[in-house]
Design a protein around this ligand. Structure first.
Ligand code: MG
Length: 407
């Protein structure tokens, strides 16, 4: 997906490109009440001269949606259901807030992402729920900051084709891919040898393999370096998250799976690296704060001054080690799915989501997660959905297969 954009090849062209950028970017934030959404709003707060809020897709949290709508006065807010939209509309009337169009459901999220007043879409709804709205935004020609990796895993072929056709930038907010994007700005695509995705290794990097069966949800929910949602925290513990990121990297940067490798880096200081054919390896280092990649995506190709500085003097050492495929079979499964593409990538993500939920509810052991995924992948026929509707149908089918296995 990422090619050197026209106008960003040299310093002078970069400045020329900036002249055409709108003075104020009006944002559509999909997933505004989640952690990426809230971090995005804190950046809007910090840079009022650069960013404003056009629309918010807020999901199920009426209290937070109301607070955000009162604070940011968007043109449109979407809630997950008609009932929640009714609640929010009532609350806004009570608060005397007018001019906010309250919509709901998938159609509401799509309306937010394609709103005429939105210049840039932050796609941060977890899971495939944000897929249609993200695709619609690209088709509408709106630049997208992508925090939702499931979109790229399930429909990357479709999304990147649509983006290329319309020359729409898709800027990764996932910290690793954001780092890769930064490191790839300095070289040509053909000069890239390997994309190295860093992984913290999760809480079980050095845990005895024979005890993996009995890992509890409480143990798995403790991530050493990042504070994240429940599914992604479990996905980090199984390293399936890194597996999804391998596929995401293949799609975003248009490289085969063999060109994407994982290195375990417990400090989570280097967010990823790009190795060039001449032997140079470029790395991106910054504080472990999602506002760094969010601001990069929002401001690209500019780099606004920020207070998110990294204390180099406090850095003592950087460790890198090979990932252990025996402890983390999800990595192997992800490479296999990445090779096959299409329905297998969809099934990898869908089966994992079902299996993680079962694990969190005490229904299956920790290693039941990779076993469930492997069984679903084995029963998935090779197919390459060409529309979002086909992707969603394949996603439902894989979920049903996973549920049937676990029943
Ligand atoms: Mg990541």
């Amino acid at each position: 997906m990422f090619r050197q954009p026209q106008g960003a090849a040299s310093g002078s062209q970069l400045h020329a490109a900036q002249d055409f950028a709108p003075a104020l970017k009006r944002l559509a934030i999909l997933g505004s009440t989640g952690s990426i959404g809230q971090s995005t709003l804190s950046i809007v707060d910090q840079f009022p001269e650069r960013y404003s809020v056009a629309s918010l897709a807020a999901g199920r949290n009426v209290d937070e949606a109301c607070r955000q709508a009162v604070r940011w006065r968007p043109k449109m807010v979407s809630m997950a259901s008609e009932e929640l939209a009714g609640q929010l509309a009532g609350r806004l009337r009570q608060a005397g807030v007018t001019g906010v169009d309250v919509v709901h459901g998938t159609a509401g999220t799509v309306a937010c992402s394609t709103l005429a007043e939105a210049d840039f879409v932050v796609s941060a709804i977890v899971g495939v729920a944000g897929l249609e709205a993200t695709h619609a935004a690209i088709v509408a020609g709106k630049p997208v900051g992508l925090a939702n990796k499931e979109c790229m895993v399930a429909a990357g072929e479709i999304l990147t084709a649509a983006a290329r056709e319309r020359n729409v930038p898709v800027l990764p907010i996932d910290s690793e891919h954001n780092a890769v994007h930064q490191c790839m700005r300095v070289g040509a695509h053909a000069e890239v040898k390997t994309i190295w995705l860093t992984a913290s290794g999760g809480p079980f990097r050095q845990y005895p393999l024979e005890k993996f069966e009995s890992i509890t949800p409480e143990q798995a929910l403790k991530h050493p370096t990042w504070v994240m949602g429940r599914r992604i925290t479990i996905d980090s513990a199984t390293m399936l998250n890194k597996g999804l990121e391998i596929i995401e990297a293949c799609r975003l940067f248009d490289v085969p799976p063999a060109q994407v490798r994982v290195t375990v880096h417990p400090q989570s200081t280097v967010h990823s690296l790009v190795e060039y054919v001449d032997g140079s390896i470029l790395a991106q280092i910054s504080v472990t704060d999602m506002r760094v990649p969010i601001l990069y995506a929002l401001a690209y190709p500019e780099r606004p001054a920020s207070t998110l500085t990294f204390d180099l003097a406090a850095l003592r050492h950087l460790d890198f080690e090979q990932p252990d495929f025996a402890r983390f079979p999800c990595l192997r499964l992800a490479y296999e799915a990445a090779e096959k593409g299409g329905a297998h990538c969809i099934a990898l993500n869908a089966a994992d989501e079902v299996a993680v939920e079962a694990f969190l509810q005490g229904g299956i052991p920790f290693m039941g997660i990779p076993r469930t995924i492997e069984a679903v992948l084995a029963s998935t026929p090779e197919a390459h959905p060409s529309t979002i509707a086909e992707v969603l149908a394949a996603d439902r089918k894989a979920r049903e297969a996973a549920r049937a296995l676990l029943a």
